[in-house]
Design a protein around this ligand. Structure first.
Ligand code: FAD
Ligand code: DLZ
Ligand code: SF4
Length: 508
């Protein structure tokens, strides 16, 4: 019998080289893409994230059509929209009578799990193909992890360097070291010439999506406009060019810095394009390596950037698939407090949190140190339920999909996995934030004051967190010194810390 396949392409699979498209036939197969309420509301995504994805989906569908494919595209305001991906597949089966369904594996366990029932439900074979846009397959990662006591990113990363040949000098790492992170912790100063990301004016297609999002998702978190994200591979490529030319050379030095009013510093702001499939991870890394080899960027910048992509990004995905679904319910520190309202409004007098949350609301973006050491650090120190924290991160960033967000949130930032991903909690007092940013100068609190009225809340919460979680954390060799400092502290001072922390927690 002739093949007559239905190829379902998901909203974060906007890559012409996608596995399911490579094996398909323009003459006989039909592509289905659908904007559906279920995907837009399983968490209440930021308005900009929905707009970005719908606009990028519409542009990609048009490109596929130009390239000779037959595409069924369902807009959200189609009166017959079924509301879910499965519902839209059912509709397409009724209309086109395919004899097979093909899809590239979704990035989230939730949807992957649902697809297990599709063959029975639709009475058709369903081929779920590996997503080979990642450099390490799920099997590669499972093989790497097998038999290891600890799954440290650094060792996985070295293997990825060897495998890709990126920044290698024969069998040795370029420059004699695998990792130049020690050079990448400089605080930044405001600079008139700080680059800002490449911005794209919405075209007619994007403007129609913006109207739709305004009507349908007005109650979701975040500002829709100004909307400046690119929505095509060509736009994303321009954003990459701009990053390499304007920001890459300082990316390493200021990777951990934070500045009031400078939302992007020297970061690439490419994660939403990468995660939706508009950019290819290996191609980006080759581009950055070439910039280093041509003398356009120093090694600490190129290595730092490439490590984020072939190291962290691949590693967190590996952890996600290795540990799901159990990973989703981990809570090693038994944290139970509700997420404070100010995470949704930005209305707090803590200047660092206000800045990170306000820009998240306006841009659907915050850089890594803001996510990890400001919003994440505060939530962990305050004992916020990690699942509420996870839902927040999944909803508020344009680049958020569970495969990348969950291990970063539950593992790296909240220590909810008990140390699978991070060898110690990323917990810090106000001193860290003060060193790496200029937030504290504009804050209602005094970062130097340890306890009492007007003291920086991070200071007392830091010690209180360590004491509250002593049963889990005291045995951690990397925290030995910190607990010794606490043990030696005068009893009155310790009581002051506990009292100040209790007052902050009470206010939450
Ligand atoms: P750059 O700083 O320019 O880094 C370059 C690229 O490296 C990024 O575009 C990204 O693709 C990759 N990268 C960097 N760090 C990581 C990391 N830790 N894990 C995976 N990839 C990384 N990243 C997401 O893509 N989606 C998320 O939902 C997400 N949630 C996060 C939640 C928390 C609590 C934390 C601490 C981090 C999270 N990250 C997430 C990782 C990181 O913060 C973002 O990738 C980064 O801020 C995106 O901005 P950028 O493109 O300017 O990155
Ligand atoms: C994130 C998202 C949103 C907001 N909307 C859609 C959609 O309407 N249709 C679609 O196919 N995909 C959407 N996505 C992306 C999916 O949620 C994503 O493919 C899964 O979470 C798997 O990663
Ligand atoms: Fe944040 Fe404390 Fe600094 Fe205020 S003083 S900005 S709360 S670290």
């Amino acid at each position: 019998m002739d093949q007559n396949r239905l190829i379902l392409v998901l909203g974060d699979q906007l890559s012409p080289g996608l596995a399911s498209l490579r094996g398909a036939d323009r003459a006989t197969d039909r592509i289905l893409m659908a904007e559906v309420a279920e995907e837009a509301t399983y968490v209440r995504h930021h308005k900009k994230k929905i707009a970005f994805l719908f606009a990028a989906m519409r542009h990609f569908a048009a490109e596929l059509q130009t390239d000779g494919w037959t595409v069924t595209y369902r807009t959200l305001d189609d009166p017959d929209n079924a509301g879910s991906l499965a519902g839209e597949v059912e509709r397409a089966i009724a209309a086109d009578r395919p004899n097979r369904i093909v899809v590239t594996e979704p990035g989230e366990w939730r949807l992957r799990h649902e697809m297990n029932s599709w063959s029975d439900r639709f009475g058709l074979p369903v081929d779920i193909l590996d997503d080979d846009r990642f450099l390490a397959s799920r099997q590669d990662f499972a093989d790497w992890a097998a038999g290891r006591k600890q799954l440290r990113m650094e060792y996985f990363y070295r293997d990825m360097r060897r495998r890709t040949g990126l920044l290698m000098d024969g069998d040795a790492p370029e420059g004699g070291k695998w990792n130049f992170d020690a050079e990448n912790r400089k605080p930044a100063k405001a600079d008139l010439f700080m680059p800002s990301p490449h911005r794209v004016k919405p075209d007619e297609t994007t403007a129609a999506v913006l109207d739709l999002v305004k009507q349908r998702f007005d109650s979701h978190f975040g500002d829709l406009e100004p909307f400046w994200f690119g929505v095509t591979a060509v736009d994303a490529e321009k954003a990459l060019d701009h990053f390499v030319e304007a920001a890459l050379s300082s990316f390493g030095d200021y990777q951990d810095a934070m500045l009031q009013g400078e939302r992007f510093l020297y970061h690439s702001v490419l994660s939403m394009y990468l995660n939706a499939g508009l950019l290819d991870p290996l191609a980006i890394c080759r581009r950055v390596e070439a910039a280093y080899r041509d003398g356009h960027a120093p090694l600490n910048a190129a290595e730092g950037f490439i490590r984020q992509i072939i190291g962290w990004r691949e590693y967190v995905r590996g952890i996600y698939w290795l540990k799901m679904p159990a990973y989703g319910s981990e809570n090693a520190l038994s944290a139970k407090r509700a997420l404070p309202d100010f995470y949704w409004t930005g209305e707090t007098d803590m200047a660092c949190l206000k800045a990170a949350i306000t820009q998240t609301k306006e841009e659907a973006y915050a850089h890594h140190i803001q996510r990890l050491m400001v919003t994440g650090n505060f939530a962990m120190l305050a004992g916020i339920d990690p699942h509420e924290v996870h839902e927040w991160y999944l909803a508020v960033y344009a680049d958020a999909y569970e495969w990348v967000e969950m291990p970063n949130t539950l593992g790296m930032s909240q220590f909810a996995d008990g140390g699978l991903l991070a060898s110690k909690p990323y917990a810090a007092s106000g001193n860290y934030i003060s060193k790496m940013s200029d937030y504290c100068g504009n804050c209602a609190y005094d970062v130097k004051q340890k306890t009492g009225e007007g003291s920086c809340p991070f200071n007392a919460l830091y010690w209180d967190f360590l004491v509250r979680n002593e049963d889990v954390l005291r045995g951690n060799p990397r925290l030995g010194q910190v607990y010794r400092t606490w043990d030696k502290m005068d009893a009155g001072k310790r009581a002051e810390y506990r009292k100040s922390a209790a007052a902050t927690l009470e206010r939450l």
